[in-house]
Design a protein around this ligand. Structure first.
Ligand code: ZN
Length: 168
């Protein structure tokens, strides 16, 4: 995967922290993901976390079986796009803790979001191929993906906090 480290920006860190907070609302114990959509005036347009569609029973039994869960769950990025009451054309999307999957990449591109900001992190092996496809689509569609570099040479792992992110 190609990483593009960006200069740390106070607002980028704030919105990533907000995405981290929103992620904590998810009932998925294996991966809590959060997404924040912001317009070019830094106004928050929408929030999303990974969860089942409205009204669908989201019991532990469905979450505990990965194959079952995948069929029910709406990812944080897709939820943020779907929940928005206004167009997200030209907006930026902050995602915690991992970059978007290929499914979300399609929605992100089609919604007109132009920038995706994520913390640099360890990608679980099972997601690597899929996220490569997502990156290929982002690159071809002209969506910029910015990865926040960390202090030192480490990667951000899940459940670390953004205090570890460097402001260069
Ligand atoms: Zn996704």
């Amino acid at each position: 995967m190609r990483y593009k480290a960006v200069r740390g920006n106070k607002w980028d860190i704030r919105f990533l922290l907000l995405a981290q907070h929103v992620a904590s609302w998810s009932k998925d114990e294996s991966t809590q993901a959060g997404a924040v959509i912001v317009d070019n005036q830094r106004r928050v347009m929408s929030l999303g976390y990974n969860g089942f569609p409205r009204g669908v029973i989201d019991g532990k039994d469905r979450y505990s079986n990965r194959e079952v869960k995948y069929r029910f769950i709406v990812h944080a990025e897709a939820n943020a796009i779907l929940q928005s009451k206004v167009t997200v054309e030209g907006c930026s999307l902050y995602v915690w803790p991992m970059p978007p999957c290929s499914g979300c990449a399609k929605s992100i591109i089609q919604s007109g979001i132009k920038t995706v900001i994520v913390p640099r992190c360890d990608i679980p092996e099972r997601w690597k191929d899929d996220m490569d496809i997502a990156n290929t689509m982002f690159s071809e569609a002209g969506v910029e993906v910015s990865y926040h570099a960390l202090k030192g040479s480490g990667f951000l792992r899940q459940r670390q906090t953004l205090h570890d992110i460097a402001i260069k």
